[in-house]
Structure formats: structure tokens, C-alpha cells
Write a protein that binds this ligand. Structure first.
Ligand code: PRP
Length: 212
């Protein structure tokens, strides 16, 4: 019974490959320098898809992929009904509200806080919980430019080392939540392919425990 695993391209994919390898899967095709998007471990009957992080929840939700490895930030933003099975504990960072530190913020005159972000859903949920009315400005990258150019008052973004904020004169103002890579599973696949999926999850869990 073949299982398909969707991996978020980039840093998370490399870390996922290492973990899968330690679990006995062959990830050598994934490591080849190629432009392919579909890879196989024929011995273990596993197919891998290398996709954009934001597309991992889409592939898993539609059942095209049975499993996926993606950041919690992407999962929260997608809001899809997937089973989150494991915290893989790598790719750790925080989702934060950032902007100019207090002194400069007093100069902000807009009535409604303008929030630039590539995470509109997360930002909306966060400010709703706080009972604050905001205006969301959706950006797709270089979010830090928002407050710098006066497009927004603050940003909601991921902060890993804090270097991007620091080098742009901005600071963390509030922490929304901590995020890390997660293993997600399609709800139907977990039942129909239980015999193939459950041992892999168990093995991954074992490897993560051993790492502690
Ligand atoms: C992310 C995020 C920050 C930066 C944080 O951007 O949006 O800009 O990383 O990392 P740091 O705290 O270690 O500096 P990404 O690299 O994904 O690029 P983007 O601006 O195109 O979204």
C-alpha cells in the first residue's frame, strides 16, 4: 500500500528528510540535485511530493498526500481539518507582533491599527481574542517594510533569530505563539492506510524521544 508524503520545500524539507531517513526510509532521490517534484522510495512504497509550504495542507486535506510535514504557522493560517500527529520540534520560531519600540509608536496616529502580514488569518484571530479592531494589509514577503515605509503600524510575522527585525530597527512587541514543524495526516488516510501510516508515526515518535 503506497503512502504519499508532502514535504514543504526549503529548510524544513531537509530536516524532514533526515528524520525520515532515521526512520528507515530511503530519501536518496529527494537529495539528488534535480528539478523533479515527485520522488520515490520504491522499496518502502513511499512517494514524496516537494511543494510550497502553503500547499502542504491543501495536498493533505484533499488526500492527494496522506501525510505532510509543515510549519505550525502554515497550518494555523490554512485552518484545514487535518490531524496533527507530531510536533517534530525543529524549525522552531515565534509568531510575533513587531514594530517600532514604544517611543516611535507614540507617533502612530491611525485610529485603527494597521497590521501588515502574510498571516491574515492568524493576525485576525489574535486581535479578535484581544478585542482589538485592526486593518489587515496582506503582504507576501519582506513584511518588515510595512512599518518602515508607513504602510502599516505593526507586522505579524515569524521571528526566528530576530536578525531581520534588528537590522531593520524593529522590535518584538508581543508574542502570539511558538511554532515548529508538525506531521499532519489526512483524516481518511489514517483509517484506510492505517497499517502503513501507524508504524511510521510510531517510529518517528521513537526517534524524537531518543533525540531528547
Ligand atoms: C521570514 C520572516 C522574517 C524572517 C525572520 O522571512 O518573514 O522576515 O524570516 O527570520 P529571522 O528572525 O531569523 O531574521 P523569509 O526568510 O521567509 O522571507 P520573506 O520575507 O520572503 O517572507
Amino acid at each position: 500500500m503506497q503512502i504519499t508524503i508532502a514535504l514543504a520545500k526549503g529548510r524544513l524539507a531537509e530536516m524532514a528528510e533526515d528524520l525520515l531517513e532515521r526512520c528507515g526510509l530511503d530519501v536518496s532521490e529527494l537529495r539528488e540535485d534535480s528539478r523533479k517534484l515527485v520522488f520515490y522510495d520504491r522499496k518502502n512504497d513511499v512517494r514524496y511530493l516537494l511543494v510550497k509550504p502553503t500547499d502542504v495542507p491543501v495536498y493533505v486535506d484533499h488526500g492527494v498526500a496522506d501525510l505532510g510535514v509543515v510549519g505550525k504557522d502554515t497550518l494555523l493560517e490554512a485552518g484545514r481539518p487535518l490531524y496533527e500527529m507530531l510536533d517534530l520540534r525543529y524549525g522552531k520560531c515565534d509568531i510575533c507582533v513587531a514594530g517600532y519600540a514604544e517611543k516611535k509608536r507614540q507617533e502612530i496616529t491611525s485610529a485603527v491599527t494597521r497590521v501588515a502580514t502574510k498571516y491574515p488569518r492568524i493576525a485576525k484571530m489574535y486581535y479578535q481574542q484581544k478585542g482589538e479592531n485592526i486593518e489587515i494589509i496582506k503582504l507576501n514577503g519582506s513584511i518588515e517594510l510595512g512599518p518602515i515605509l508607513g504602510l502599516s503600524d505593526v507586522i505579524v510575522d515569524i521571528v526566528e533569530s530576530g536578525r531581520t527585525l534588528k537590522e531593520n530597527g524593529l522590535s518584538v512587541l508581543e508574542t502570539v505563539c511558538a511554532v515548529s514543524a508538525r506531521l499532519v495526516v489526512n483524516r481518511v488516510s489514517l483509517k484506510t492506510k492505517y497499517e502503513a501510516i501507524a508504524p511510521l508515526i510510531a517510529k518517528m515518535k521513537e526517534e524524537l524521544e531518543a533525540e531528547k
